[in-house]
Design a protein around this ligand. Sequence first.
Ligand SMILES: [Zn+2]
Ligand SMILES: [Zn+2]
Ligand SMILES: [Zn+2]
Length: 98
Amino acid sequence: MQPALTHSKTSQDIALNEVLIRAMCHYRQVNYYYIKCGHSDPKEPEEIHCEYTSCKFSPNHRTDDHKCKEMCWQSHQFPQQFTRQIDAYCPACVASGQ
Ligand SMILES: [Zn+2]
Ligand SMILES: [Zn+2]
Ligand SMILES: [Zn+2]
């Protein structure tokens, strides 16, 4: 008898996690890392919105009379952070003539 493959379960777990991350409003923060000088330049976090009517922060948040605190999602999800590597000098180094 062949042992059951576990790959499908793992990829399903990741997919579910990605759906959850996309599902609710959260902040996304991108950090630019400049390879040539080794400096990094964190950008202002941007707010990513969901489309749910049951999320307090959604642009589609319901406007009818409802018990918002009991019925709606009341907080942002954990922020996502990305690092983008750029093969160049950072703006500060470029400005100072490097
Ligand atoms: Zn939302
Ligand atoms: Zn609400
Ligand atoms: Zn630099």
